[in-house]
Ligand binder design. Structure first.
Ligand code: GLA
Length: 384
């Protein structure tokens, strides 16, 4: 039995045990991002793909105006109403509550329901477990209530939940990937126009593998300097009379260098560089030049570590080990402040890289990094 089936069965059985009825099952995945980090809220490009790790929920409308939710992983339950003043105290329940509220605010009727959920997206690993969570419930409620909300609006409902109920001023990448993921394909998304295109991820064809190394340093974007990074970018854009940093040149930025703080300058400089790197990667991918893709990944890591300052010692070490082992590309992935590196590695170097990373990392930090091979999978769906 594969993991998906096991998790679906688990939530289903628990639901029947608690609520005595047969539920519908829904699932929405976490994501990776090849390149284009901290570009989404700057109106730039991102390059994510959904993965085979997801949140699963068993759910059924209960004919009341209350929600009864049970977290299988935490063994906790929480009941709450659907009005603004009913905000639950459990932080995990705020994600579900937020999705309901954001739907209601947009004029969609939401009714009470019972739900049991669990998941296998590693928490705090930069793989968007929270977006997977929001998207699972947004997708499920839309389907159960027959609203016909499209996937983009569902993604926006997830993002608004983060902003208004969880305190993270995130961009749209994670929820978009969780909704629009397609097996075997990465998505190049232009976060200014929301235009997107699917790119096949043919790493095997060229003799490469993608693998995540989880430092197990827990990244928590709530309360992290994530929102400060976003504010820096917004200040610089405003100073330049623009809505976004997207499209500004290094010359334009340099011209105002003395008028903005050196920190804001550094943050914006990273974003300008990253925009170029994403475009270079698109070109390199279409030419099958994965060495070039890898080179850009290292450059992104350098920028995220030194200019954007969202890395940490453990992640820098994992990237250094990758370099030593001849890995083609390696960088911190996601919001930062912990979590995973994403690595593009030649097939023949894979085993040695993994063994070396485990040994060196464990020697320094007392535990091995978690090795997460990647399977690019479909987005939100009902599980039959
Ligand atoms: C988090 C956010 C995304 C994005 C990334 C950084 O995952 O949720 O919107 O900003 O960080 O690229």
């Amino acid at each position: 039995m594969n993991t998906q089936t096991t998790l679906s069965l688990l939530v289903s059985q628990k639901f029947i045990e608690i609520f005595g009825q047969t539920p519908a099952i829904y699932s929405s995945p976490g994501r990776i991002n090849l390149i284009g980090e901290h570009t989404d809220y700057n109106g730039g490009f991102v390059f994510p793909g959904a993965v085979d790790k997801a949140i699963f929920c068993a759910i059924r409308l209960n004919g009341t105006s209350r929600v009864n939710a049970y977290s299988l992983d935490m063994n906790e339950n929480c009941s709450f109403g659907l009005n603004e003043e009913d905000k639950p105290t459990h932080s995990w329940a705020c994600y579900i509550f937020g999705v309901c509220r954001e739907m209601i605010k947009r004029g969609y009727r939401v009714e009470g329901f019972d739900a049991v959920f669990c998941g296998n997206v590693p928490l705090g690993a930069g793989m968007s477990s929270s977006a997977a969570f929001e998207c699972t419930f947004a997708f499920a409620l839309n389907d159960l209530l027959g609203h016909n909300i499209d996937r983009l609006e569902l993604a926006l409902i997830g993002q608004a939940t983060e902003h208004n109920y969880c305190g993270v001023m995130c961009g749209i990448m994670d929820q978009f990937a969780s909704m629009f993921g397609k097996e075997g394909y990465l998505i190049r998304l232009d976060c200014r126009t929301m235009e997107y295109a699917y790119f096949p991820l043919d790493t095997e064809k060229y003799g490469y593998r993608l693998v995540l190394l989880n430092s197990c340093v827990k990244h928590e974007l709530v309360g992290s300097p994530y929102n400060e990074r976003r504010s820096s970018c917004e200040r610089v854009a405003k100073h330049l009379g623009r809505n976004f940093l997207r499209g500004i040149t290094l010359d334009e930025l340099d011209a105002i260098k003395n008028e903005i703080s050196s920190e804001d300058y550094q943050r914006a400089r990273y974003v300008v560089g990253e925009e170029q790197r994403v475009l270079t990667v698109c070109e390199a991918l279409s030419e099958g030049d994965l060495e070039k893709v890898g080179e850009m990944m290292y450059a992104t890591h350098e920028g995220l570590s030194k200019e954007y300052e969202v890395s940490c010692e453990e992640l820098d070490m994992l990237v250094d080990i990758a370099k030593e082992c001849g890995v083609s590309g390696s960088r911190i992935m996601g919001g930062g402040f912990g979590g995973c590196t994403i690595n593009l590695v030649k097939e023949e170097l894979y085993d040695n890289f993994i063994a070396t990373a485990i040994e060196k990392f464990a020697n320094r930090y007392g535990h091995a990094p978690e090795i997460i091979p990647i399977v690019i999978s479909d987005g939100a769906h009902r599980v039959e």
